[in-house]
Design a protein around this ligand. Structure first.
Ligand SMILES: Nc1nc2c(ncn2[C@@H]2O[C@H](COP(=O)(O)OP(=O)(O)OP(=O)(O)O)[C@@H](O)[C@H]2O)c(=O)[nH]1
Length: 311
């Protein structure tokens, strides 16, 4: 699958097409629900990270790769900061954020244009001083009139020496070409880190778990039990057919009926919608089976978290 930008978007007009390129790692940070996953998806033009209305849906580091005629952006999508729960899961997640920031070239701090909160200011404290930080004010489509942004821009400039402040709407695709140009300006010249058409460095197995997780979050919303996750137990390729066996892990048996729904209709719908998305992405048939399993206390055990890939 190609991630080429539309023809009217250029990243740098200093260099000829296919000459040396700007190449580097770009971290997307910010508190939950500001639109980090939506922004990543909008920029690379394919669905690799999950989005939902419920905060805290991204738990993994995901590298989405966008290669253009003049740059390669390797995006790192970090988990939102979580202050509500104090368990091991959240400690591990915050550690992942700080580790992620140690080997990247540019940080995008995403905030909501209409609502900068004390939690956003907390994130500022964790930013590495030596790396350029671009402030991305997302959801500008919700701010009317646009003059309302001015006091916020002035305030944010006082709070941190941002390399640039760029208002965007990830949802409507506004100002994303401008954002890409700004990011590219801060990347070093170099050899490509990924092949031209790489969509993500995560394998299909991981994407399958993400898609099931997205449906789970969307269909359960506020009912979603804390500590619930999805793992792929078996993944088989038979010609063009993919056979995928997933487990939804829950903390308590009592949560099972919530996931299954009345006469199993909820889990059926999760499976059907995830399968359709996967078939579209892979352009092939998918057989998807989902089980619900109880794994007591997993969210509070660091060993289990490592086993599930949360580093
Ligand atoms: N109006 C509007 N809504 C947006 C925009 N970008 C994202 N959203 C919505 O904001 C919500 C959260 O978006 P996500 O991309 O899941 O946010 P996130 O920061 O990745 O969230 P976590 O994974 O919890 O850290 C979703 O309902 C999006 O549709 C935007 O530009 N405008």
């Amino acid at each position: 699958m190609s991630n080429s930008l539309p023809a009217d978007v250029t990243v740098s007009n200093e260099m000829p097409a296919h000459g040396p390129r700007r190449v580097g790692y770009v971290a997307i940070v910010g508190r939950p629900n500001v639109g980090k996953s939506t922004l990543l998806n909008a920029m690379i033009g394919a669905k690799v990270s999950i989005t939902s209305r419920k905060a805290q849906t991204t738990r993994h580091r995901i590298h989405g790769v966008l290669t253009t005629a003049s740059a390669q952006f390797v995006f790192v999508d970090t988990p939102g900061f979580q202050t509500k729960y104090g368990g091991t899961l959240n400690r591990v997640m915050n550690r992942v954020v700080t580790q992620t920031l140690s080997d990247i070239d540019v940080v995008l701090l995403v905030c909501e244009a209409g609502r900068v909160t004390p939690a956003d200011r907390e994130v500022l404290k964790l930013l590495p001083q030596q790396i350029p930080v671009l402030l991305v004010l997302n959801k500008v489509d919700l701010v009317e009139p646009k003059e309302k942004l001015l006091p916020l821009l002035a305030e944010m400039q006082q709070l941190y020496p941002f390399a640039a402040i760029i208002p965007v709407s990830a949802h409507k695709g506004l100002q994303l070409d401008h954002l890409q140009n700004e990011i590219a300006m801060h990347l070093p010249w170099g050899e490509l880190l990924f092949a031209e058409d790489d969509l993500t460095d995560r394998n299909e197995r991981f994407i399958a778990a993400e898609f099931v997780r997205e449906k789970l979050f969307r269909l359960l919303g506020e009912e979603l039990p804390y500590g619930c996750t999805v793992v792929v137990e078996k993944y088989e390729l038979e010609g063009q057919l993919r056979r995928i066996y997933c487990a939804i892990l829950i903390d308590k048996d009592a949560h099972k009926p919530i996931i299954l729904g009345r006469q199993g209709e909820r889990i059926k719908r999760i499976g059907m919608e995830a399968r359709q998305d996967l078939e579209r992405l892979f352009s092939g048939s998918v057989y998807l089976e989902i089980f619900v399993k109880t794994r007591s206390g997993w969210a509070d055990s660091e060993a289990s978290l490592r086993q599930l890939g949360y580093e």
